[in-house]
Design a protein. Sequence first.
Length: 77
Amino acid sequence: MEYSSERGTKTAPEGGNNIDLRCVNESGLLVAGLEGCIRYKPDGNYQYTQNEMSFRSLALVPGLIANRISRGRWLTC
């Protein structure tokens, strides 16, 4: 979470797009997003176990396949 100078909170950074669990083409660059980190607190936000992250990453497969078919590559290396 981000805090603004006006004493409020922001749910997303300004000038950015959330690409969590999506594959996007930005100016010819293919990018996939996977938010979060390994769980280190029981009630932490955006923290996942190894198994949870493995299952979350499966949500990227359709977009990766679409990139491979339409652009000849999975992602930009």
